[in-house]
Design a protein around this ligand. Structure first.
Ligand code: ZN
Length: 67
């Protein structure tokens, strides 16, 4: 399990990899591939499952791993 701290959230996840996306809209949560169901034929940009905002690729500066 990982505990990830972002600007607005502390996220506990069963994922063992680093988060792949971060929301650049309201919620600023990080997400993994398993959270995002992208239909690439419709969407060019993945959409945040929580607030519907756009996501971008997460980098190490976007979050802190607490464990
Ligand atoms: Zn969001």
């Amino acid at each position: 399990m990982k505990v990830i701290k972002t600007e607005n959230h502390i996220i506990m996840t069963s994922e063992i990899t680093d988060p792949k996306y971060i929301c650049i809209s309201e919620c600023k949560k990080v997400w993994w591939d398993s959270d995002i169901h992208i239909d690439a034929s419709i969407l060019e940009t993945p959409i945040c499952p929580m607030c519907g905002g756009p996501l971008r690729a997460a980098s190490k500066e976007d979050y802190e791993c607490l464990n």
